[in-house]
Write a protein that binds this ligand. Structure first.
Ligand code: FEO
Length: 398
């Protein structure tokens, strides 16, 4: 067993008691290349309150961290901001020991607790604006449905102005450090945008409305403490502004060319299209899907004006990797992008048509016609690819 752990304090009596998952790489399909953390917070006042729990595989370490600060049996409240199991799956273990603790959740949270872990828990439900007095501190609750599940809520510590935002403002970033000013800012923002793009992108309008609602409530957090990654204490307004920009998919003069290839024909087309875009001053990211992976591609799409997707034809269809990617991206509903499609074929076409139909069905704006090349592109074909890229660049610049 490990020795006594260093306490991480957000303010007097408010401690981080989460765990670091260094080796997580696949978070339900999201490539978490830098691991993650499951953040939980313990407030020690006249009453004690635990905010969220951690993934059950880390429950032993979690219980030890709590017990070094308070006697778990005497815990008064367990606040469940969100039921997804990365945050709630240690709840049954904690609740079994802390038998007098009242669980606090939203109404949808209560239903989800029962649906995940069965009945028998003592649960009090709260709504936006409800408060819980711990002695010297007040917890105020803000429902945040669909950020990122229907049950989600934020907890605000009024006196210290700390917003415990659960998934919102999080990042999958494992580190020995806990605060934004202790880690490389570029890495931190890279992981924050990756998290936003791959998890929260379809919820952009809810996010901007929620931020406006919080401002109207007079809440101006000094610290934002999410349930993954670093705690924002140096300048929380920076991540709030970033979320407002991301929520509308604010774009730059940037394009993503994403493709897969069998015998390099689509690869050659992708390179020529990239050159055509670049010739007009567009910043282009050329990404081979099976190498870059969908998590990186989606992150690059968030602030791009246009996405150009290439696939060879296989059995009169798009390549399977493109099919999986388009399923993923249509679910994430990026706003305001111009989509176009290209690809190679042998004796029968199909990839460009099937990709274009899928995009149109999702409501995406499609630049037509797409571009197809038989077998291997010759110099004339590559010139057409260059012109295709150039035409798209001119359109997005207009
Ligand atoms: Fe980190 Fe929606 O769970």
């Amino acid at each position: 067993m490990w020795g006594k752990l260093n306490k991480v304090s957000l303010a007097e009596g408010i401690n981080w008691v989460g765990v670091v998952d260094w080796n997580l790489r696949d978070f339900h399909g999201f490539t978490a290349r830098r691991g993650t953390t499951y953040n939980s917070y313990l407030i020690s006042d006249k009453k004690t309150a635990l905010i969220d729990t951690v993934k059950y595989t880390f429950s032993e370490e979690f219980l030890k961290k709590i017990s070094e600060i308070t006697e778990l049996k005497k815990l008064d409240y367990i606040i469940i901001n969100h039921l997804e199991m990365d945050h709630s799956s240690s709840l049954p273990i904690v609740a079994k020991i802390a038998q007098n603790a009242m669980i606090i959740s939203s109404q949808r949270g209560k239903e989800a607790i029962i649906e995940h872990y069965g009945a028998g828990f003592r649960i009090r439900t709260v709504k936006t604006g409800d408060e819980l007095n711990l002695g010297n501190r007040t917890l105020r609750f803000i429902e945040a449905p669909m950020l990122h599940w229907p049950d989600s809520m934020f907890t605000y510590i009024v006196e210290e102005k700390i917003l415990l935002s659960n998934d919102a403002f999080g990042q999958h970033l494992a580190s020995v450090f806990r605060f934004d000013d202790q880690v490389d800012e570029h890495v931190l923002l890279e992981e924050a945008i990756t998290y936003y793009a791959n998890i929260l992108m379809p919820l952009g309008s809810l996010i901007s409305r929620k931020i406006q609602e919080i401002v109207k409530m007079g809440i101006a957090p000094k610290i934002i403490a999410p349930s993954h990654g670093m705690i924002w204490r140096s300048n929380p307004s920076k991540i709030i502004q970033a979320y407002l920009d991301w929520s509308v998919c604010k774009s730059k003069l940037k394009a993503v060319v994403v493709f897969d290839t069998m015998w390099r024909s689509t690869d050659k087309m992708a390179r020529a299209i990239t050159e055509g875009l670049a010739s007009q001053g567009v910043n282009v990211k050329l990404l081979k899907l099976r190498v870059a992976g969908k998590t990186e591609v989606v992150t690059e799409i968030l602030d791009s004006k246009t996405v150009i997707v290439g696939s060879p034809t296989l059995n009169q269809q798009m390549f399977p990797s493109l099919s999986a990617f388009l399923t993923y991206i249509t679910g994430l509903k990026p706003k305001g992008k111009l989509w176009s499609f290209f690809g190679s074929y042998g004796w029968s076409r199909g990839a460009v048509k099937s990709m274009s139909e899928m995009a149109k069905k999702a409501g995406f704006e499609v630049f037509e016609p797409g571009l197809e090349v038989k077998y291997v592109p010759n110099q004339e074909d590559l010139k057409k690819c260059f012109e295709f890229g150039k035409k798209i660049a001119i359109k997005i610049k207009a």
